[in-house]
Design a protein around this ligand. Sequence first.
Ligand SMILES: NC(=O)c1ccc[n+]([C@@H]2O[C@H](COP(=O)([O-])OP(=O)(O)OC[C@H]3O[C@@H](n4cnc5c(N)ncnc54)[C@H](OP(=O)(O)O)[C@@H]3O)[C@@H](O)[C@H]2O)c1
Length: 266
Amino acid sequence: MDLGLRDKVTIVAASSKGLGRAVAEEFAREGARVVMCSRDEAAIRAAAEGVQRKTGAEVQWTVADVGTAEGCQKLVKTAVDKFGTIDILVSNAGGPPPGRFDDLDDAAWQKAVGITLFSAVRLTRLVLPHMRKAGGGSIVYMTSTTVRQPTQYLNLILSNAIRAAVQGMAKTLSSDLAKDGVRVNCVQPGRIFTERIEQLDSDTAKRQNTTPDAIRAHYEKNVIPMGRYGKPEEFAAAVVFLASPKASYITGTSLQVDGGMLMSMF
Ligand SMILES: NC(=O)c1ccc[n+]([C@@H]2O[C@H](COP(=O)([O-])OP(=O)(O)OC[C@H]3O[C@@H](n4cnc5c(N)ncnc54)[C@H](OP(=O)(O)O)[C@@H]3O)[C@@H](O)[C@H]2O)c1
């Protein structure tokens, strides 16, 4: 299927590794022009060069912390300076640290709001003028299945609380921006195997006095009907489709990519 992504200018935030990296590569494979960032110069350079080498696509990268206003501005400016417009934004950032309510002070909450919510707010604000000028565009927010079912992750209260705000913003925007030809959707990873999941499993193992392998085995045996963690490329395929012109009548939706983990009907 041709997704219609050839030459589409696509920002994939927070993309030196994990889900962001896989999403950037999948867009590049579809012929999009991709702009990547992370906070670490060596890491983002290597990731962008890797994507370019594997796909032959045009890839631009920058060092930018999307938890800051300057970082968001730098990322969007990099895209516009290089390619002149922006067709697609994939809003992503590093996940907030684990912790339960009693572990977290105001500073921890504020930092997590800055990274998880404000990255989405600012990147959206910065790309919209370009999308409106071009007569349309597409935004995908990477959130989490915890937005639908937070209670199984008691030690992720920052993520559970703040991603819900992103989800609410996305749903609201999907109605508001339809008149501008901008589609807005969310993709929710369940347990897709990346360094983040490795770290969370180690943290849970420490709290439960067991091993990360035992935590993973628990999820794979008892929680995920498909019996395994997902692969980043499986998540990326969903993002790329929803962002693409092939999904032209889909807006305001949230697609979970979780091997059947969520038990809710919707
Ligand atoms: N993997 C899953 O199954 C899963 C499930 C639910 C939710 N999520 C969420 O999805 C997002 C991506 O997850 P992941 O598994 O890909 O995480 P990951 O493996 O830890 O990768 C995170 C990426 O984001 C970059 N990054 C982190 N903070 C950044 C910042 N402030 N500015 C710019 N780049 C930043 C990192 O690069 P640098 O360190 O070089 O900046 C890295 O490239 C996270 O928010 C995570 O919580 C993931």
